[in-house]
Design a protein around this ligand. Structure first.
Ligand SMILES: Cc1ncc(C[n+]2csc(CCOP(=O)(O)OP(=O)(O)O)c2C)c(N)n1
Ligand SMILES: [Mg+2]
Length: 570
């Protein structure tokens, strides 16, 4: 078997070199005293030319994790992230949770306070080294990650890195956590010898059980009104094509509920929007495809006799404590492989007349749906404050086909559809706010030639640490267009309160507490302060030209831009 030798002097040097050897291109980092051996190793690599991941400094852990998330979702490669011991891990937990719930593989690492109080290279030499140590640093996120370990010895480096990466990338993917004590990183290591390529790779995606596919085909063949509901099938671009083909051949409507990826192109004849509600009464068979929450049962549920099939790499979402959707059949399988098999099985049933009749009904429903959307956007065109439907429609007009949209979570997709796989990313179902700005920077790092547009709420933008985000955009030369849909409130909290207490005190109050975000800073000036282009837009008629100016700043002047769009809610 092929072995490779590298001349290194410390575990830290070997660690970085091995990450690069295994394909890790970037280490997103928020540093502390625990980083000293790594800073030293990076500096040495810069001098010697030894390949190591590129360090990407992020001035907040949430930013580091969101950037890594954004990079990973676009490239489908594994990023590494490193933060400062216990306190950095604490700040990173929300970002790791977002990544975990969206099955984004990443190697999340943190230093550990030095273990020894003297005598070894790396031993404690700063007063924080006592208080920052925890009995169980990883306990903060053991529930969230797929695997967790502490590097105890330089000799186990290859096994540990390979195990971390293979567990993270085996489907369903997700973050793993590795802590790195300072003395271990500082240990002398006389050279590194390792397998190249690795002999501890990821496991293949789950294949499907033929009997289960036949059963699903039987259910679908018997159905008059089948429906597909998906959220994340498009995580794998090959699945977009498979879904488009399957839905088209059998004339099955597809609803994307709270999608995190583009699963079906917006111009596909089977694309029936983002809400399964209107289809649930008539549906007699539903395929829940890589979708954790296909509908909200307390609002609307399918008829009791409707058959429900769940298909995905973990169709039961086994890491969710409670999830009680009806499930007549659960099929473990990656959609890119499973859908063609389901198609082939369905072909063996004679359903031609059903399909052609369904195709007609589907076309009528789609026409009606699109007409309704158009009417909403048209009637919103001159509303002040600007309506989010109009703002979304304006973005649709100016964005190139291959633009990458990062939506946290104020873009109304029905007014701004995309057609290319890998061109839309929504926030994780965990919805830990503060993700969008960083994720957009990570996406830009992954796809420097594409326009990346982050659509954020005013609240989400603030959660994302805007000064840190704009600084990172300037520092790493990642020009992104930020569109802040600014309704000066946490609209979601308002809607939740109105929904639960429609006749309550809060509805009657002029200014219910904990909702309004008065006296918000001029977000556009915060972007300008970091060297970007910034504009406040209040006039709906001025929005298209403002978007053009902002895109010019990003594409031609190569600097970030922010439009502070003064909005009203949907
Ligand atoms: C880390 C985190 N804290 C709090 C929340 C709860 N939360 C959900 S939506 C929301 C308001 C978001 O406001 P904004 O981005 O302005 O969007 P709007 O609802 O106004 O359209 C909040 C506070 C959350 N999801 N994540
Ligand atoms: Mg808001």
């Amino acid at each position: 078997m092929a072995r490779k030798e590298l001349a290194v002097d410390t575990v830290a040097e070997a660690y970085l070199a091995l990450l690069a050897e295994r394909g890790v291109e970037y280490l997103f980092a928020n540093a502390g005293t625990d980083f000293a051996p790594l800073v030293e190793a990076f500096a040495k690599a810069a001098r010697t030319g030894m390949p190591v991941p590129e360090p990407v400094l992020a001035t907040h852990e949430n930013l580091a994790l969101s950037m890594a998330h954004g990079y990973a979702m676009v490239t489908r490669k594994v990023p590494a992230v490193m933060v400062h011991v216990s306190v950095g891990t604490a700040n990173g937990v929300c970002g790791v949770f977002n990544a975990a719930r969206e099955n984004v593989p990443m190697l999340f690492t943190a230093g550990r306070s030095p273990l020894t109080e003297g005598g070894l290279p790396g031993a404690r030499d700063v007063y924080i080294h006592w208080a920052q140590e925890m009995f169980d640093q990883a306990g903060m996120l053991r529930e969230i990650v797929k695997w967790e370990y502490e590097l105890r010895n330089g000799r186990q480096l290859e096994t540990v890195i390979d195990r971390a990466l293979s567990v993270a990338t085996t489907q369903p993917g997700g973050p793993v956590y590795l802590s790195l004590p300072r003395e271990v990183l500082a240990e002398p290591l006389p050279g590194l010898s390792f397998d190249s390529p690795t002999r501890r790779g990821a496991a293949s995606p789950p294949g499907v059980d033929k009997a289960a596919i036949d059963e699903a085909a039987r259910i679908f063949a018997a159905a008059e009104n089948p429906l597909i509901v998906t959220a994340s099938a498009g995580r794998d671009p090959a699945a977009v094509e498979a879904l488009a083909d399957f839905a088209q051949r059998f004339a099955i409507p597809v609803v994307q509920h709270r999608p995190r990826h583009l699963c079906l192109p917006a111009d596909h004849p089977c694309h029936l929007g983002y809400d399964a509600g209107p289809f649930l009464d008539s549906a007699d068979a539903i395929l829940v495809l890589e979708c954790d929450v296909p509908w909200v049962p307390s609002l609307k549920a399918p008829q009791p006799e409707c058959k429900v099939i769940h298909l995905g790499v973990d169709p039961l979402f086994s890491r969710y404590p409670i999830r009680g959707f009806p499930c007549d059949l659960a099929i473990t399988g990656a959609p890119a492989g499973a859908l063609p098999e389901l198609g082939a099985a369905l072909d063996r049933h004679v359903i031609g007349s059903k399909v052609s009749e369904r195709r007609q009904r589907l076309a009528q429903r789609r026409e009606k749906l699109l007409g309704g959307w158009q009417k909403t956007a048209d009637s919103a065109a001159d509303m002040r404050p600007i309506h989010m439907a109009w703002a979304s429609a304006c973005i649709a007009r100016v964005k190139p086909d291959d633009a990458i949209l990062v939506n946290e979570y104020t873009l109304m997709q029905e007014h701004c559809g995309s057609n290319l796989a890998g061109s839309y990313f929504g926030s994780s179902p965990a919805s830990g706010l503060g993700w969008g700005g960083g994720a957009a920077l990570g996406a830009k790092l992954a796809a420097p030639d594409r326009l990346v547009i982050a659509v954020l709420g005013d609240g989400s933008h603030l959660f994302g640490n805007p000064v840190a985000v704009h600084h990172a955009s300037a520092m790493h030369k990642l020009p992104v267009l930020f569109v802040v849909m600014n309704n000066s409130m946490w609209g979601a909290v308002r809607r939740a309160t109105m929904g639960m207490y429609p006749q309550g005190e809060a509805v009657r109050s002029n200014k219910p507490p904990l909702i309004d975000l008065d006296e918000l800073p001029a977000f556009e000036q915060v972007c300008s302060a970091a060297g970007g282009y910034g504009e406040r837009v209040e006039d709906p008629a001025a929005l298209p030209a403002a978007l053009e100016r902002a895109i010019h700043a990003v594409n031609v002047e190569k600097r970030q831009a922010l439009l502070n769009v003064i909005c009203r809610g949907p």
